[in-house]
Design a protein around this ligand. Structure first.
Ligand SMILES: C[S@@+](CC[C@H](N)C(=O)[O-])C[C@H]1O[C@@H](n2cnc3c(N)ncnc32)[C@H](O)[C@@H]1O
Length: 330
């Protein structure tokens, strides 16, 4: 089994892989409205059919709800994915029809179900030192600024924590200390992944590509029920605060300015207007010399007024004079 498959199985989101493969092909623009037919996509008693009745109208409702709640734009190609992710919720609630589940959700009978609904529909694929070149760029920048003042980094859409811990390791290595003057805010919308990140325990396959010296320095063997897994050292945990932040919210519970904002592999799930609105709100939170790091298949050319590309999916803030069209100094 490949590592990706193991990860997907671990988080009970086997369809994550499929989703990640298609991610660059979809979700950039809101998909056209479906005809919203009430014909079941899968009838309960059909041969080879699924457990719960699920119509195109149900899918359309899910699409609208998750778009409003999380900004996530689902294309029609995601019908099967939505079924498999939410079927577990129907089972847990002992319901038979998707419409029954969605009616209850909309009536807000059980507000906690909204959290479960969102958690079920997020895609959390991540890994330690993913897109490794970004960590080299960050290390260079940290060395330049560390003598002057404490450093603040915001890692949003941090998923299960591999990304913020990679940032913390980078800071320790770049500044030659297990207690560097660095504070990392790691946020995500999905409360399950946040708990995982906070715990800081990872199965051996999650770290098997890490250099042995790094592994030895920054991880310890987890004992008890977690035997066979590794735990990040408490020094790393002390550099990070995990908290829930929905990038769609109009107020974010954090205070800049940040020296770096990591926003990687989440904007692909948002349409361009949503991306633009978020980028507009990142800009004032980033120091003038700070950098914004994006995912490998994301580009913010449509927001060139706010961020300019520095290459390799790293962006710098456009200085106000540049933004007005005049020749300015950065
Ligand atoms: C594919 S993971 C990316 C993880 C990590 N940044 C990386 O590049 O490896 C996308 C993450 O975005 C989070 N997410 C989705 N919608 C969000 C929103 N509206 N606000 C905050 N996080 C969101 C998901 O919960 C998921 O953990």
């Amino acid at each position: 089994m490949t590592e990706e498959k193991k990860l997907a199985r671990f988080f009970g989101k086997e369809d994550v892989l499929e989703s990640a493969r298609h991610s660059s092909l979809h979700a950039v623009q809101p998909a056209p409205r479906l005809s919203a037919s009430v014909e079941p996509i899968f009838k309960r008693n059909d041969i080879g059919a699924r457990e719960f009745e699920y119509t195109e109208r149900d899918f359309e409702r899910v699409r609208t709800l998750i778009y409003k709640r999380a900004g996530i734009s689902l294309t029609p190609a995601k019908q099967d994915m939505v079924y498999s992710r939410l079927a577990r919720r129907l089972r847990a609630k002992k319901m038979t029809y998707f419409r029954e589940y969605l009616d209850a959700l909309e009536r807000n009978i059980d507000p906690a179900e909204w959290e479960a609904f969102v958690n079920a529909l997020t895609t959390n694929l991540t890994s330690f030192f993913r897109e490794a070149h970004h960590f080299d760029i960050l290390a260079d920048n940290l060395r330049k600024i560390s003598e002057k003042r404490p450093i603040k980094i915001w890692c949003n859409a941090a998923s299960t924590g591999e990304e913020p811990y990679s940032l913390a390791i980078t800071a320790c290595e770049a500044l030659g200390s297990m207690t560097p003057p660095v504070h990392i805010i790691a946020s995500d919308l999905d409360t399950n992944v946040l708990k995982h990140g906070e715990r800081g325990i990872y199965t051996a396959d999650r770290v098997d590509r890490m250099e042995p010296a790094r592994l030895q320095k920054f991880f310890i063997h987890a004992g008890g029920e977690q035997a066979g897994s590794v735990r990040v050292r408490p020094e790393l945990q002390r550099l990070i605060s995990f908290r829930q932040i929905n990038l769609l919210d109009t107020r974010w519970d954090l205070q800049g300015p940040f020296d770096a904002i990591f926003c990687r592999n989440v904007m692909i799930y948002f349409d361009k207007p949503t991306q633009y609105a978020i980028l507009e709100r990142f800009a004032p939170l980033l120091r003038p010399e700070g950098l914004l790091y994006a995912g490998h298949s994301e580009n913010f050319m449509h927001a060139a007024k706010i961020f300019r590309s520095m290459g390799r999916t790293v962006y710098a803030k456009v200085a106000p004079a540049d933004a007005s069209g005049k020749v300015g100094t950065a």
